[in-house]
Write a protein that binds this ligand. Sequence first.
Ligand SMILES: [Cu+2]
Length: 174
Amino acid sequence: METKALILITVSMAMIGTAFGTSHTVGAPGGSWDLQTNYSQWASRIRFTTGDELQFLYPATVHNVVEVSKAGYDTCNGSRPITTFPTGDVVPLAATGTRYFICGVPGHCIAGMKVQVDVKSKVVRTVQRCRGTGNRRRCQSKIVSSSAAAGCIGHSTVARFSVAAVVIGLMLFF
Ligand SMILES: [Cu+2]
């Protein structure tokens, strides 16, 4: 019964971990979607994973957001947009791959209003930490995404714990 509950908790936590991504405000902190921010520097500090979203904050009278191809990004040409975002823009990063965004207002992309985002797949794994031995053994499962620090527990330890958990689970079920 306890094991069933534990497995249920682990599975639901894994699902929650995958469902909720991070919202990245473009240029933040210190900047937004403007003519001052260095976006290659901004993007280089962030690991974008599937399920995340981009939020572009800007006055709609001054700027806009146009998603373009790599060619459109390189040449600052927004004439054949993939998607145009007129205002208040939240862009979900659903799939892996590179996405390119520029400001479509003449002169702004050339001046630096362009951002390239590499979306990686989100790898979620479970880390189990145990304390004590025998009847006093208490274990705690924790979901960590691949972007988070692994801490002091190595991959092989994690794998061994997972195998042990599955074996114990099967023994109790059958
Ligand atoms: Cu602009």
